[in-house]
Design a protein around this ligand. Structure first.
Ligand code: NAP
Length: 246
């Protein structure tokens, strides 16, 4: 089992991509820490994970709002040592720049940038001290393509991609690899408000469809595992080919 004996913390694991990622890691032997704000969904994911892989060390849910710095600090304390960190939690507010609220902009940067920064600052040195580890950040193709209505979100994820490269340089010598996946449209609850735009998005994807969350989970698990032992600082498009075509 790829992750036997490893502890994996996945932010935003109460839904969508994070939930599928938690289940996949558990199927490969990991002890999974699920986090998000929603207690009911978080506990339901823990139950799913434990049913899938009852032989693993127990999964657990830690509730935390990553828009609240004290919650991030409490999450760090309650998680303890982790071998793999997946900075997956994120959200976008679809709004023209002039209609984006200051609170909304702050929240997009808090959840998509500041929380991964604080979590990495806490966990990467401990990973290094334990002989190495892996961090995977979840980004978007909007980080380096203009998308009207997503200026703040795209800027926040561009910052996360920049952090990915900086952390690869900083922690690589200590045995901690840091990579990102840059996603196209993926069929999760986050896409529901954009359902009417989906056909336009899909028309520009060479593979002709949006991703399923499990397809993203497989890429995250690969980048977290020793199978990708010489990959760090990479921003890997997992977008059906969208970024490679006009
Ligand atoms: N779906 C797509 O098409 C797509 C495309 C590109 C990139 N992405 C990225 O993929 C990642 C996962 O998104 P998804 O599509 O799986 O969306 P999702 O189903 O809406 O899940 C988002 C997750 O983030 C958590 N989250 C949001 N705000 C939070 C906060 N303030 N504090 C703690 N947790 C918070 C949510 O947990 P709670 O609700 O429990 O708080 C939930 O578990 C995000 O970073 C997103 O930007 C998605």
């Amino acid at each position: 089992m790829k992750f036997h004996g490893k502890t994996v913390l996945i932010t935003g694991a109460t839904s969508g991509i994070g939930r599928e990622t938690a289940k996949l890691f558990a199927q490969h032997g990991a002890a999974v820490i699920v986090t998000g704000r929603d207690d009911t969904r978080g506990k339901a994911v823990v139950a799913e994970v434990e049913e899938l892989a009852p032989e693993n060390a127990p999964a657990r849910f830690v509730a935390a709002d990553l828009n609240v710095a004290d919650d991030v600090k409490r999450l760090i304390q309650q998680a303890g040592d982790v071998d793999v960190l997946v900075n997956n939690a994120g959200f976008w507010e679809l709004a023209p720049t002039a209609q984006t609220t200051e609170a909304g902009l702050d929240a997009m940067f808090a959840v998509n940038v500041k929380a991964p920064f604080l979590l990495t600052a806490a966990f990467a040195p401990a990973m290094a001290g334990n002989g190495g580890g892996a961090i995977v950040n979840v980004s978007t193709m909007v980080a380096d393509r203009g998308q009207a209505g997503m200026a703040g979100y795209g800027a926040a994820k561009a910052a996360l991609e920049s952090l990915t490269r900086s952390w690869a340089a900083e922690y690589g010598p200590q045995g901690v690899r840091v990579n990102a996946v840059a996603l196209g449209p993926t069929m999760t609850p986050a896409m529901d408000p954009m359902a009417d735009m989906l056909p336009t998005f899909v028309a520009a994807i060479p593979l002709g469809r949006a991703a399923q969350p499990i397809e993203i989970a497989h890429a995250i698990a690969y980048l977290s595992s020793d199978d990708s032992s010489f990959i760090t600082g990479a921003i890997v498009p997992v977008d059906g080919g969208r970024q490679s075509v006009l």
